[in-house]
Write a protein that binds this ligand. Structure first.
Ligand code: IVH
Length: 701
């Protein structure tokens, strides 16, 4: 690198330009393609050099320089920007009938009726994930980002240019990406699309519309920090994104990494697009970020299955999606269909089942967990959330109740995501009448009347295994699928057995006799026989499963594997002490204490002896690193030879790990039949995708 002092102005200008192009390219690779080719240190070096040169020649600083993304001074207030064409909103469809009605309406308006000669012709749609964030507009003039605004009332929005600049996936200059993308990015004339042979010149004016959102990971992190500092939490990523974008101080926006998906255009000067698909293709070519899951669909049926697929895969996405948007692809047809007041007739939002609802808390009850932890549970007026009726939601602990200021009688927002336990998100204070009652966790366990003690944020029942709730939960855990996997032994049965005094600990399960069961209500010859067979069949667990089943504090499935690998047998773990445990990678003081204390407890030793006597096999495990050690797998689609759980178990048996969400850490994506959205994500990220047959070959080594 040259010494700046000796450089000619011209050379500085050239180097600045080259650095900007290079940095822009790396931003694109990192933030749009999620596929960086430079180290953080390498990137920082380029930035520092650019800063250095710009400091030397401040007149060369342009507003679109990568150095100008943050650092602008806080504003007094936002200015306003009038949209050249209004930013429309969408009609909603909630049920499949409504989506079909949308299609019928379009066909009717376009006179594609049953009788006409184009009978049976299907409309070509583009189906897109509906991102739950906030709509914005970006304006590019001659390829340079000049202004950005919120949707506002559709006609006029707030000028959030400074804040949008902090979003790294928004290019400050439009790129011109040529095949093979993205290595051959050039700044010059005609651009070749990745979809077709059409070239797109950079428009003299381009208004891009898109959705700014907060990735779920960032949302969770922000809420955690807010909880710590006693600030009110954001109810959902959309509110958090809005709160972050509408900050007068751009440095606050910059500290909350927002992202964007572009999904349309306003006024475009200098280029004309024939279809929406082509528009999206051009945006992509210009280096703007579009959603990789957008799909062209011929006919409404294809759209409906897209909706289904997206809804079932929504939990695997790193951002919140609240439905799909269906758009007529052909822009001439769009124009013929036109608008209905504020909504286009050519598009509709077909929503997923909402995950948040409001309801009223009737009462707060206490649940006692396996470890004796008392969890306050809100008993609510039943509501449907995400397609399931719920009437109980966790309030986590007393601190959460206090922080959210939840009282009995409050109207609250509840939420449910996938298999996660429903939770109370926040109170709608405007609905208070004054009759609401504050709540405190009792001082005695409501189930066994033992004293309650507080450790950290959690209250524990001190009754141990004399507390029937703890006994029941311990047995439920022991018998569960991922532990000893006793099929057909439901929670209701376990409660019945404990309540009727048939079993007092997990080992008693193996001493149950068919005759005993037949004495109980609801048991018949066949069901009793089946259960006894299932219990018998659970006597040969793998070592990690056995360890996990015991319900040792701090020992989840992963830790059970670590312990099994390290000690090779249960006896080995029983004999060890805290110091040795602490030398093992991944084991911290709390886990070491949990493991050590468990085996100091005479009751636990007695139960282990009883299990052995009953014929439960305590396996030995050879300390192998396994064929798949160090490799992480993820599964998508249906496998023909195994269930998901079986496949995962096989991987783990050979020392490999499995993941539930797509990330760069994954070594193999195993794609079965009809793979879901993970497949597309994996493809986009360039991960190694293998077939079930290839997976089987890997297992065999
Ligand atoms: S298209 C004329 N596409 O949903 C079309 N909107 O009321 C206008 N949204 O305000 C919107 N993802 O904030 C479109 N792929 C997508 C979208 C999307 C999210 C939001 C946007 C809009 C609202 C619909």
């Amino acid at each position: 690198m040259l010494n700046i002092g000796l450089m000619k102005k011209n050379a500085i200008e050239k180097e600045i330009e080259k650095l900007r192009q290079e940095i822009n390219l790396h931003n694109y690779r990192y933030y749009v393609l999620d596929n960086p080719v430079i180290s953080d240190a390498g990137y920082d070096k380029l930035m520092r050099r650019l800063e250095e040169l710009e400091a030397k020649c401040p007149r060369l600083i342009t507003p679109d320089s990568p150095t100008q993304r943050i650092g602008a001074k806080p504003l007094e207030a936002f200015g306003t920007i009038t949209h050249t064409t209004p930013m429309l909103s969408l009609d909603n469809a909630f049920r499949v009938e409504e989506a079909n009605e949308f299609d019928d309406r379009i066909k009717k308006l376009l006179k594609i009726s049953q009788e006409s000669e184009v009978r049976g012709r299907e409309i070509e749609y583009v189906a897109e994930p509906k991102i739950d964030g906030l709509a914005i507009e970006l304006v590019y003039e001659d390829g340079r980002f000049v202004a950005g605004s919120t949707r506002g009332d559709g006609y006029t929005g707030e000028d959030v240019t400074q804040n949008l600049k902090t979003i790294r996936s928004i290019p400050m200059r439009l790129f011109q990406i040529q095949k093979p993308a993205p290595a051959g990015i050039k700044q010059g004339a005609g651009v070749r699309s990745q979809e077709s042979e059409i070239t797109y010149p950079i428009p003299s004016r381009l208004e891009v519309r898109g959705e700014v959102f907060l990735p779920l990971k960032v949302f969770e992190k922000i809420n955690k920090e807010r909880a710590k500092s006693g600030e009110p939490l954001f109810a959902n990523p959309r509110n958090a994104a809005a709160g972050s974008l509408r900050q007068l101080d751009p440095r606050i926006t910059a500290s909350r990494p927002l992202d964007i998906f572009c999904y349309g255009v306003g006024v475009v000067e200098g280029v004309k697009f024939k279809t929406h698909w082509e528009t999206l293709d051009a945006l992509k070519v210009f280096g703007l970020k579009t959603n990789p899951l957008i799909k062209k669909c011929n006919g409404i049926e294809t759209v409906l299955s897209y909706h289904k697929e997206m809804e079932s895969g929504r939990d695997n996405l790193p951002y919140e999606v609240d439905g799909i948007v269906i758009k007529v692809n052909d822009i001439e047809l769009q124009d013929r269909l036109g608008l209905r007041t504020r909504n286009p007739r050519w598009a509709v939002a077909y929503k997923f089942k909402p995950r948040q609802e409001t309801t009223k808390i009737k009462n707060i009850e206490i649940g006692v967990g396996r470890t004796g932890a008392l969890t306050p549970v809100a008993i609510m007026e039943p509501v449907e959330v995400g397609g399931v009726t719920i009437e109980r939601a966790t309030l986590h602990n007393q601190d959460e109740i206090d922080r959210k200021d939840v009282k009995v009688g409050d109207t609250v927002v509840v939420q449910r995501a996938g298999d996660v336990i429903p939770e109370v998100v926040m109170v709608i204070k405007e609905k208070r009448t004054g009759k609401e009652k504050p709540y405190r966790i009792p001082e005695k366990c409501p189930l066994c009347n033992a004293n309650v003690e507080r450790i950290g944020a959690i209250y524990y029942c001190t009754g141990g295994l004399s507390c029937p709730a703890q006994v029941k939960e311990t047995i439920k855990h022991f018998a569960s699928k991922r532990a000893m996997n006793i099929e057909g032994l439901g929670h209701k049965h376990i409660e019945q057995f404990v309540d009727d005094g048939f079993i007092k600990d997990v080992a008693d399960l193996y001493y149950l006799k068919k005759e005993d069961l037949l004495k109980l209500e609801r048991w018949a010859d066949k069901s009793a026989e089946n259960l006894i067979v299932a219990i018998e069949g659970s006597k040969r667990p793998t070592l990690p499963k056995l360890i996990y089943a015991l319900g040792i504090r701090q020992v989840g499935e992963h830790m059970a594997h670590v312990l099994a690998e390290e000690f090779g047998s249960l006896e080995g773990i029983m004999k060890t002490d805290k110091e040795i445990l602490l030398t093992i990678h991944e084991i911290g003081p709390e886990t070491a204490e949990g493991v050590y204390d468990f085996f100091q407890e005479p009751h636990n030793i007695k139960v282990i002896e009883k299990l052995k006597k009953a014929g439960v096999v305590f396996p030995q495990m050879k300390k192998t690193s396994g064929k798949l050690s160090g490799k992480t797998f993820i599964f998508t689609g249906t496998l023909s030879s195994f269930s998901r759980d079986e496949a995962k178990e096989l991987v783990e048996k050979q020392g490999g790990a499995t993941a539930s969400g797509i990330s760069k850490k994954i070594d193999y994506v195993v794609a079965g039949a009809e793979p879901g959205s993970k497949y597309d994500e994996a493809k986009r990220m360039g991960l190694k995708i293998i077939t079930e047959e290839e997976f089987e070959r890997l297992l065999k080594g």
